[in-house]
Design a protein around this ligand. Structure first.
Ligand code: IMP
Length: 427
């Protein structure tokens, strides 16, 4: 079978955009299945940096079609901004892009509510991206959502009135802020409707037809497994399910059609926003990782918290999602370190060590670290695994043994070309 789910195994920002772009040269359809513009999938081609928030990151490959499936949420203005950038660079996308009518729309008041609410939490704030993600998914589940298909309904005006009244009551009465004007929101939606109309397609059927006819389909995850609304570090999570276990629901296909799962982890760890991060570094070490890894959010520009790789959480993420192969990204960021640390377990009060924890364990115990000698050589010029310094090869093999699955890919730089495919990669 010819499908692959590509997912982040940490707190997001594992470099999914780059590998989606690289793999898309080998696939026929790239589908985003959850999340919205809280994602910032970065692709660097010939020195030019692209950051995709809504468009699937495979679009720069001329031979691929891309789709936004039902499990996603969409902010039309963000999508149109990405289209402008593609237009400016002469990338054709309109004939290759499909949007499911069941995708929920992020309205201006969702963004406003997201910010008002997170600010009101004061020191307990989640540190959301402020893109309206929580309020939009919340409305979807409370049956207040407006979907792409609704844009073409004769009752759009009426539906919107109910929704805006509901939102304005909260904005004005709970937060004492100014509500939105229905007329302005409606005008924005009418413009969006005209631009999106030609691209509306049943992505569930499309995915099924592609897979059944032997074409290759890539499912592009956003965020990371540890931010999963159900299985992550709740309440410090996002409002969707970023793992492979959500692909069937998000796209609308049978679980049997997700053939393989590729999980991405950085060679270390980062997290944006609040919430537990047991292997977080501090002081000079954190500043060094931030600087070398350019750890500032692609969606919001916020500083990312940095620390060491956490194998007990990685084992959990791998097991939860049936990950078949790993991609280890940003290996080059560690090139200059004399010694590296990796968390291999968590010591419990009774002295035993747990080899796997879940992100729900707010008090997982004392991290136990293994110290590893650094390679102190450049990895970014390597084209093949054998070109890597031997210590770096050992590090990769050791991680693979620790989580008990093969490594399929290694990333050693931002550019598309800085990608090493290992012989086990099935695509
Ligand atoms: P939201 O998704 O904007 O509601 O934010 C909820 C939490 O998820 C915050 O901690 C965000 O920083 C985090 N988050 C959301 N999207 C991403 C992402 O694409 N990468 C990394 N963190 C993210």
């Amino acid at each position: 079978m010819n499908s692959l789910a590509l997912i982040g195994l940490q707190w997001g920002d594992e470099g999914k955009g780059k590998l989606v772009d690289w793999l898309s040269a080998r696939f026929d359809l790239d589908i985003r299945y959850q999340g919205g513009p809280n994602a910032g999938h970065t692709v660097v081609v010939n020195g030019k940096k692209w950051v995709f928030h809504q468009m699937p990151a495979g679009i720069l490959n001329p031979g691929i079609n891309v789709a936004i499936a039902a499990g996603c949420i969409l902010h039309p203005e963000t999508l149109f901004k990405e289209w402008e950038e593609l237009d400016a660079d002469g990338v054709e996308y309109l004939s290759r892009t499909f949007i499911d009518p069941r995708v929920n729309i992020i309205l201006p008041q969702h963004r406003l509510l997201d910010r008002l609410r997170d600010e009101a939490r004061g020191k307990n704030k989640i540190g959301t991206t402020g893109r309206g993600i929580g309020p939009c998914y919340e409305d979807k589940h409370a049956y207040y959502g407006l979907r792409i298909g609704d844009l073409f309904s004769a009752s759009l005006d009426q539906r919107l009135e109910i929704i805006v009244d509901h939102h304005n009551a909260i904005i004005e009465k709970v937060y004492g802020a100014d509500g939105v004007e229905k007329k302005t929101v409606l005008e924005g939606l009418e413009v969006a409707a005209e631009r999106i109309r030609p691209l509306v397609a049943d992505v569930s059927n499309l995915a099924y037809e592609y897979i059944e006819s032997g074409k290759k389909v890539l499912f592009e995850g956003a965020q990371g497994v540890l931010l999963d609304i159900d299985h992550g570090s709740y309440p410090f999570v996002t409002s969707s399910n970023p793992g492979a276990i959500f692909v069937p629901t998000g796209v609308g296909i049978s679980p049997k059609l997700v053939a393989r799962v590729l999980g991405l982890t950085k060679a270390y760890a980062t997290r944006v926003g609040a919430g537990p991060f047991p292997t977080e570094a501090s002081g000079e070490l954190e500043a060094r990782l931030q600087k070398l890894g350019q750890e500032f959010g692609a969606a919001t520009g916020r500083r990312r918290r940095c620390g060491w790789l956490d194998l007990p959480l990685l084992r959990y993420a791998v097991r939860l999602n049936g990950v078949d192969g790993l991609a280890i990204t940003k290996l080059d960021v560690l090139d200059s370190f004399d010694r590296l640390k990796v968390c291999t377990g968590y010591r419990q009060p009774d002295g035993t060590v747990k080899g796997e924890i879940t992100p729900r364990d707010f008090d997982p115990g004392e991290p136990v670290y293994e110290e590893i000698e650094g390679w102190k050589k450049t990895t970014s010029e390597a084209d093949n695994f054998e070109d890597l310094p031997s210590q770096a090869q050992d590090y990769i093999r050791w991680i693979s043994t620790q989580v008990d699955i093969p490594v399929w890919m290694v990333s050693v730089g931002q550019d598309r070309t800085k990608t090493i495919a290992l012989p086990d990669l099935p695509f």
